[in-house]
Ligand binder design. Structure first.
Ligand code: NAD
Ligand code: ZN
Ligand code: ZN
Length: 383
């Protein structure tokens, strides 16, 4: 590649400060250093976690930053020490990766990693680094990935290679929403047996965004007999039905708390509930909607600034509250297999995609997401 070893000037959507529109800027992307890879990003979804950083995360790592963590692209060049990848490979950058060396990575029962977690919290590609700058200022790389840029740089541990025929404007959804929701419902026999939805069980999924819809899909494929879709936006129920939901509840249409409504509907509570909203009140409802004795509630929605509360007796009664990061998937190994499932027609991603736009319309996507008017808009990042 003619660009290998050189700084690339390219377009990116920069968030200069919280609560403001993104600005399409020319940024400079440094060449990959040791063990790093520079990727030309083809397409990216926008996830609520991007919005969370922009609008809600009061203790965020800072600005300016390039958001985006649901992308797919092609390797442009590789730094010294990279043997696993070559220019032209199709890849998916991973916000959730494993360093392979820390205490957590040594335990195959979890997908968590100390290094990855600290980078997610600091919003950088490593604890002190970024390869982006704009107008002479360093620009942070959100969870390392920054897929709202034509080019991005990641360490090879945070990239997975996928099949050369993969459709990048679809399989990008494996980088976040699909794995997060689907995995929270089905994965996990090996991550945590109690999370695994059993055949014939009754499930409730709160929040019918892409993450919640993927959770509905996961509950269905695990054989749940009844899947209750809960959302305050009834426009989402049409999609929920397509993904496999059997019952539809708008909490606002009831006088009683939603947990009581679900308990009545299910003769004592659902077996599993999945919170895919990121709201601590909804998290409490999710817990209090599961049946005494064995019910499991899973927190999927992201929130790192508020406390979640409940009365201890809710847990004493035998309910379990858990969390799930990236659906328990280890992306490096799992995503290439999911891509093959998609190519073979076993996993349909098209239903998630309600809009397709070019990067210069990225603020329209922010508005669509905020207003609940899209599931996923695919942003075509580079030409
Ligand atoms: P989204 O904004 O597209 O969808 C959220 C849905 O929740 C909307 O349909 C909205 O109408 C609904 N909702 C809002 N308030 C509600 C309420 N009180 N009761 C019921 N439904 C309500 O979001 P998304 O992109 O699907 O992401 C969902 C959540 O998952 C976010 O919190 C996101 O940050 C989080 N997330 C977590 C992980 C993880 O690894 N744990 C990864 C990705 C995303
Ligand atoms: Zn996400
Ligand atoms: Zn690790």
């Amino acid at each position: 590649m003619a660009t290998a070893g050189k700084v690339i000037k390219c377009k990116a959507a920069v968030a200069w400060e919280p609560n403001k529109p993104l600005v399409i800027e020319e940024i400079e992307v440094a060449p990959p250093q040791k063990n790093e890879i520079r990727i030309k990003v083809a397409a990216s979804g926008m996830c609520h976690s991007d919005l969370y950083y922009l609008f809600e995360a009061k203790n965020s790592a800072g600005f300016p930053i390039v958001l985006g963590h649901e992308g797919a692209g092609v390797v442009e060049s590789v730094g010294p020490g990279v043997t696993e990848f070559k220019p032209g490979d199709k890849v998916i950058p991973l916000g959730a990766y494993r360093c392979g060396e820390c205490r957590l990575c040594k335990n195959p029962e979890t997908n968590m990693c100390e290094k990855c977690w600290s980078n997610i919290e600091s919003a950088q590609m490593s604890s002190s680094d970024t390869r982006f700058s704009c107008r002479g200022k360093p620009v942070l790389q959100f969870v390392g990935t920054s897929t709202f840029s034509e080019y991005t740089v990641l360490n090879q541990i945070a990239i997975t290679k996928i099949h050369p025929d993969a459709r990048l404007d679809r399989v990008c959804l494996f980088a976040c929403s699909f794995c997060t929701g689907y995995g929270a419902a089905v994965n996990t026999a090996k991550v945590c047996a109690a999370l695994k939805v059993q055949p014939g069980s009754v499930c409730a999924v709160f929040g019918m965004g892409a993450v919640g819809l993927a959770a509905v899909m996961g509950c269905k494929s695990a054989g749940a007999s009844r899947i209750i879709a809960v959302d305050i936006n009834e426009e989402k129920f049409e999609k929920a039905k397509i993904f496999g939901a059997t019952d539809f509840v708008n909490p606002k249409a009831h006088q009683k708390p939603i947990s009581e409504v679900l308990i009545e509907m299910t003769n004592g509570g659902v077996d599993y509930s999945l919170e895919c909203v990121g709201d601590v009140t909804v998290m409490r409802s999710a817990l209090e909607s599961v049946v005494k004795g064995w019910g499991v509630a899973v927190i999927v929605g992201w929130n790192n600034v508020e406390d979640v509360s409940t009365r201890p007796v809710q847990l004493i009664a035998g309910r379990t509250l858990k969390g799930s990061m990236f659906g328990g998937y280890i992306g490096k190994e799992s995503i290439p297999k999911l891509v093959l499932d998609h190519m073979a027609g076993r996993l349909n991603l098209d239903e998630f995609v309600t809009h397709t736009v070019k990067m210069d319309k990225i603020n329209d996507v922010v508005e669509l997401m905020k207003k609940g008017k899209c599931i996923r808009a695919i942003i075509n990042i580079s030409k």
